[in-house]
Ligand binder design. Structure first.
Ligand SMILES: Cc1cc2nc3c(=O)[nH]c(=O)nc-3n(C[C@H](O)[C@H](O)[C@H](O)COP(=O)(O)OP(=O)(O)OC[C@H]3O[C@@H](n4cnc5c(N)ncnc54)[C@H](O)[C@@H]3O)c2cc1C
Length: 440
C-alpha cells in the first residue's frame, strides 16, 4: 500500500473485532495519529472474527468477565448490530440443574435481569424442535444476543476515521518489532517501517508470534473449535428473521446449537484438544477458506453429531439437510481461560489485547484504552492482566497442559476453588516433602 505513515502515536496490529474496537476507543479517548495495520483484506481479513457464530451469553461466574460482556452488549446496541433472540442452557442431569441455580445466583449478583430457571415444557415452547424427553429443564436468559461482528468493526473504524484519528492500512503484514532500552520503538512491515512509542497487539491467535518479535510473551495457544452449519432445514423455511429461536447450549455435552436463517449451526467443545503453534497457521494464500478455518476432521466431530441428533432429531436427522460448512475453526486458549490484556512486562509501550471473544471485545477494548490513557480502567481487569503470568506459566509445556485440560471444561461445572490436575509439582515449597510424608 502506498503512503504508510513514517510515524504514529500508536499502532494497533490486527483488524478483527478486537483491533477495530481498540482503534475506536483510543480515538474516542482523544488519541490521534492511530494506525491500524491488517495483513488481510477488509472487512473480513481471515481471522477468527470472520467465522464466529457471533452469539453472546451474558452470565459468567466471574464478575469481571460478566462486566466486560454487559459493556460490550451496550456498545453493540449503540452500533445497531445486535438482535436478542434469548438463550437457554439446557440440563440433561440433576447436577447440571443444580449448577443452573448457581448461574441464577451469579446473574443476579452481577445485575443480569430477567433470567429464570424454566421447566422442560417451557423449553419446548420456546424451542419447539428440541427433544424434551432427554432434558430436565433450562436456564433462560432473554438478553442472549447475536451480533454482526464484522459490521461492528467496520462502523468502529469509520467512527475513528470521522474523528480524523485513524489511518487504516489493510494488506500490510507486520514482520518485526524494534525495541530500544526496553521500550517499543518501531513496527516493521512488508511495506515500510513506522516509528511508534505505543503498539497494541490485537492479533488473536497470531499474538504470541507478534509478541515474540519484541522479545515479549503472550501465553496463549491457537486451538481448534469445530463448528458445522447444516441446512436448508425445511421447518425453518418460513422463518422471517435471521435468528427467530433462542440459542441452545447443550452444556452437558459441551455443545451449542442455533438457528440462523434456514440453517442450523452446531458447535462443539467436546472433541479432543487440538492445539497448534501460531507460526504454523497457514498464510492467506495457502488457505482454502481462511487461515483460521482449517480442514474439518470429521472423526473428531462424529460423537458430537450423535449428541446433536439426540437433542434435535427432526433437524439433524433430516436427510434433506446437507452440510453447508464444516470447519476446524481457530480460537485462542489461555492457561487459565481468561483474556490477556495490559502492557507487556518485558517491553514498555507494548500492549496486549488478546484471547478475547466477540462477546466481550468492545468492553475489553474500552478497558484497555482507558488503562492506556489514564492508567486506571473503569472495570477492574486484574483477572485478565498479562502480568499475572510467572515465567513458568509462559512455557509451551505449561500452556499446552492447562489449555488441554481446560478446553473440555468450557461449559463444565467448575468449582470456584477447583485445582488444576495437570503440570503439578513445578514449584514446591521447602515443606513439600515433609508435608507429603505426613500425608497432608
Ligand atoms: C468456530 C468459532 C465460533 C466462534 N463463535 C463465537 C461466538 O459465538 N461468540 C464469541 O464471543 N466468540 C466466538 N468465537 C471466538 C471469536 O471468534 C474470537 O475470540 C474473536 O473473533 C477474536 O477476535 P480478534 O480480533 O482477537 O482476532 P482475529 O479476528 O483473528 O483478528 C486478528 C487479526 O490480526 C491479523 N494479523 C495477524 N498477524 C498479523 C501481522 N503479522 N500483520 C498484520 N495483521 C496481522 C489477522 O489477519 C487478523 O485479521 C468463535 C470462534 C470460533 C473458532
Amino acid at each position: 500500500m502506498a503512503g504508510l505513515p513514517e510515524k504514529a502515536r500508536v499502532v494497533v496490529i490486527g483488524a478483527g473485532i478486537v483491533g477495530n474496537s481498540m482503534a475506536w476507543h483510543l480515538a474516542r479517548l482523544g488519541w490521534r495519529d492511530i494506525v491500524l495495520l491488517e495483513k488481510g483484506t477488509l472487512p473480513s481479513p481471515g481471522g477468527s472474527t470472520g467465522h464466529a457464530s457471533n452469539f453472546i451469553y451474558l452470565t459468567d461466574h466471574s464478575k469481571e468477565m460478566t462486566a466486560f460482556t454487559v459493556e460490550s452488549v451496550r456498545q453493540y446496541k449503540e452500533l445497531g448490530v445486535i438482535i436478542e433472540p434469548g438463550g437457554i442452557e439446557v440440563a440433561r442431569t440433576p447436577e447440571r440443574m443444580q449448577e443452573l441455580t448457581r448461574r441464577i445466583t451469579s446473574s443476579k449478583s452481577w445485575g443480569i435481569d430477567g433470567v429464570e430457571l424454566i421447566s422442560k415444557e417451557r423449553v419446548k415452547e420456546l424451542v419447539p424442535f428440541i427433544n424434551d424427553d432427554i432434558i430436565l429443564g433450562g436456564f433462560y436468559t432473554p438478553g442472549v444476543a447475536v451480533v454482526d461482528s464484522l459490521e461492528a468493526g467496520t462502523l468502529m473504524r469509520r467512527k475513528a476515521q470521522e474523528l480524523g484519528a485513524l489511518t487504516v492500512a489493510a494488506g500490510v503484514e507486520v514482520t518485526g518489532l524494534d525495541v530500544e532500552n526496553g521500550h517499543i520503538k518501531r513496527v516493521r512491515t512488508d511495506q515500510g517501517d513506522i516509528e511508534a512509542e505505543t503498539v497494541v497487539i490485537a492479533c488473536g491467535v497470531w499474538s504470541p508470534r507478534i509478541a515474540r518479535m519484541a522479545g515479549a510473551s503472550i501465553p496463549l495457544t491457537p486451538a481448534v473449535h469445530q463448528m458445522i452449519d447444516i441446512g436448508p432445514i425445511p421447518i425453518f423455511e418460513h422463518t422471517t428473521s435471521e435468528v427467530s429461536f433462542p440459542i441452545v447450549r447443550d452444556v452437558d455435552t459441551n455443545m451449542y446449537e442455533r438457528q440462523h436463517g434456514t440453517g442450523f449451526e452446531i458447535g462443539s467443545y467436546a472433541h479432543r484438544a487440538i492445539l497448534m503453534e501460531a507460526d504454523d497457521i497457514p498464510s492467506i494464500e495457502a488457505s482454502a477458506l481462511s487461515p483460521t478455518m482449517l480442514p474439518f476432521t470429521q472423526e473428531d466431530f462424529d460423537p458430537q453429531l450423535e449428541d446433536a441428533l439426540e437433542l434435535f432429531p427432526d433437524l439433524v436427522g433430516d436427510e434433506k439437510a446437507g452440510v453447508k460448512l464444516a470447519i476446524n475453526g481457530l480460537l485462542s486458549l489461555t492457561p487459565d481461560g481468561n483474556p490477556i490484556i495490559g502492557e507487556t512486562p518485558e517491553v514498555k509501550g507494548l500492549w496486549s489485547a488478546a484471547a478475547i471473544w466477540i462477546k466481550e471485545a468492545p468492553g475489553v477494548a474500552k478497558t484497555v484504552a482507558e488503562w492506556m490513557t489514564n492508567g486506571e480502567p473503569e472495570i477492574d481487569p486484574h483477572g485478565s492482566d498479562i502480568a499475572r503470568f510467572y515465567d513458568h506459566h509462559k512455557t509451551k509445556q505449561h500452556i499446552d497442559a492447562r489449555t488441554s485440560e481446560g478446553f473440555n471444561k468450557t461449559y463444565g461445572i467448575v468449582h470456584p476453588m477447583e485445582q488444576w490436575a495437570s503440570i503439578r509439582g513445578v514449584r514446591l515449597s521447602p515443606f513439600y516433602e515433609r508435608e507429603k510424608e505426613l500425608g497432608a
